[in-house]
Design a protein around this ligand. Structure first.
Ligand code: NAP
Length: 316
């Protein structure tokens, strides 16, 4: 299990800049976690186990290709065994399910990731349910979702919300006892994050409010937050007047918006109006450079955990 550092360590995990808020850097914290993972990977290798991650990409969606490429590169850099399986966009559903079943049975593969979205003719839910829960390092299998929601047994949490919790802990903002407001209720981010924060113990014990598009007077709710996590998919929608002075703000959003003044004609931003909110918040994540780099790190962490569980299972 990854450990949270003491408050003094948190100072070294942030990039202090000349502005009021502490900047919580996902790059710095992610690198810290990867250093811990390297030790765990070395221990596994000493036992003859190399954690293995298989990624399955159907079709040639450029964004999906980029994400899968980044995941494999990160796995290789960490010394993991990584296998990238590229399939034709018109692959038969049964063939895809057979491929997943083969990976389930492969003892050299500890994590299976099927890149979403899948083409329309494939039943996405069925594919995700076919991945064995013990290798479901994306945390989307109903067994993992249910175990997280009921806080019972071993499970894998989805990587982005797990990354948010690690960022809070490692920057000295333990959510225990705090009022955390989550904006967004998607199955990818908002909902599993609320479940993680509600768990008993490390990274949990928060008082959680979840907002969505039908929430009335969003600003009144977000202003009540000690910790505000925004995953609404709307560029720069959280403004300074929606944040309580001194609150911790975690911005999950990531967008490319047109910007004629930028060299490339666009810039990347989050769901939070960073330039404004940084002057009100006590701590804030940038976007890019915040939650984004944590997501792949948590995928690696889940894969290493899966390999450790498999080794433990062999011993018992
Ligand atoms: P999503 O599936 O579109 O969900 C957005 C959520 O925000 C929904 O629950 C929606 O409410 C809510 N919402 C939308 N407009 C709102 C408003 N005006 N007021 C209050 N709530 C509102 O998005 P997602 O997949 O969770 O992703 C959210 C953001 O995080 C996106 O920008 C995405 O790109 C980013 N993201 C980043 C990473 C990463 O690794 N950095 C990973 C995943 C996602 P309803 O449910 O009522 O529609």
């Amino acid at each position: 299990m990854l450990s949270s550092g003491p408050r003094s360590e948190a100072a070294t995990l942030t990039n202090p800049r000349r502005m009021s808020a502490q900047i919580i850097s996902g790059r710095v914290i992610g690198e810290h976690i990867r250093a811990e993972l390297r030790e765990r990977i070395a221990a596994l290798k000493a036992e003859g186990v190399t954690p293995g991650l298989a990624t399955v990409l159907v079709g040639a969606n450029p964004a999906s290709q980029m994400y899968v490429g980044m995941k494999n590169k990160a796995a290789q850099e960490m010394g993991l065994h990584s296998r990238q399986i590229n399939l034709a966009p018109d692959i038969d559903e049964a063939e895809l399910l057979g491929m997943v079943a083969g990976l389930n049975a492969d003892p050299g593969i500890h994590g299976i990731l099927v890149q979403l979205p899948l083409p329309g003719h494939v039943d996405e839910g069925l594919v995700l349910e076919t991945i064995h829960p013990s290798k479901d390092v994306d945390g989307f299998h109903p067994m993992n979702v249910g175990r997280l929601a009921t806080d019972s047994g071993d499970f894998f949490a989805p990587c982005t919300p797990a990354g948010v919790v690690e960022m809070l802990l490692r920057s000295g903002h333990d959510p225990a006892g705090k009022h955390v407001v989550v904006v967004g209720r998607s199955n990818l981010v908002g909902r599993p994050l609320a479940s993680l924060l509600l768990r008993k113990g490390r990274g949990g014990d928060a008082t959680v409010t979840v907002c969505h598009s039908r929430t009335e007077d969003l600003g009144a709710v977000t202003r009540a937050a000690d910790i505000l996590v925004v995953a609404m998919g709307r560029p720069e929608s959280i403004t300074a007047d929606m944040v309580r002075p001194g609150a911790v703000v975690i911005d999950v959003g990531t967008h490319r918006v047109d910007d004629p003044h930028a060299e490339k004609g666009y810039r990347v931003c989050g769901d939070v109006l960073f330039d404004e909110v940084k002057d009100v918040a006590g701590a804030i994540t940038p976007s890019p450079g915040g939650v984004g780099p944590m997501t792949i790190t948590m995928l690696l962490a889940n894969t290493v955990t899966s390999a450790e569980r498999a080794l433990e299972g062999r011993r018992n």
